[in-house]
Design a protein. Structure first.
Length: 159
């Protein structure tokens, strides 16, 4: 269960960071609502039944993200964050495995991110938007609080 909540938070937070601005609602912007395509996603642990996230990117690059999802066991997981893709640590909610995220953009459609728990690096990953801006893919690897690693490839479609 902890892995599911952590993966949910990880995905939601990492995907929210972008170099796009609110004025740029084009194909490289994460602005809006995204839904998980569970059939196309892969998890090393339990899967999600559903997941929805909403992003708002301000003109200064600040991203506000919120998410809610239902795990394969039927539990609801929620969380959110406000952060920039500037390499600094920002607090996040929704996971017991990490408490901050830092991110850097690698072009218009790719973002790399790092996750920490109490200042110690516990995970990393990347987020990519498709060329047409309709699909968002998050790949992540995290060491859980129990010391076990897990990975996920989560595919989201613009709603």
């Amino acid at each position: 269960m902890r892995y599911l909540a952590t993966a949910l938070a990880l995905t939601a937070l990492a995907l929210g960071a972008t170099t796009a601005t609110a004025a740029d609602a084009g194909k490289n912007s994460v602005n809006g609502t995204w839904g998980l395509d569970a059939a196309k996603s892969k998890f090393s642990g339990p899967a999600f039944k559903s997941q929805t996230r909403t992003y708002a990117v301000a003109a200064d690059g600040t991203t506000t993200m919120s998410f809610t999802g239902v795990t394969s066991s039927g539990a609801t997981a929620t969380g959110g964050s406000t952060f920039k893709a500037d390499g600094k640590d920002y607090p996040i909610t929704g996971s017991g495995d990490f408490d901050t995220i830092s991110a850097r953009s690698v072009g218009d459609a790719i973002l790399n991110f790092w996750l920490k728990k109490s200042g110690q690096l516990v995970g990393e990953g990347s987020r990519a938007l498709s060329a047409d801006g309709k699909v968002m893919t998050l790949t992540s690897k995290v060491k859980g609080a129990d010391g076990k690693p897990y990975t996920s490839v989560m595919v989201f479609e613009r709603q």
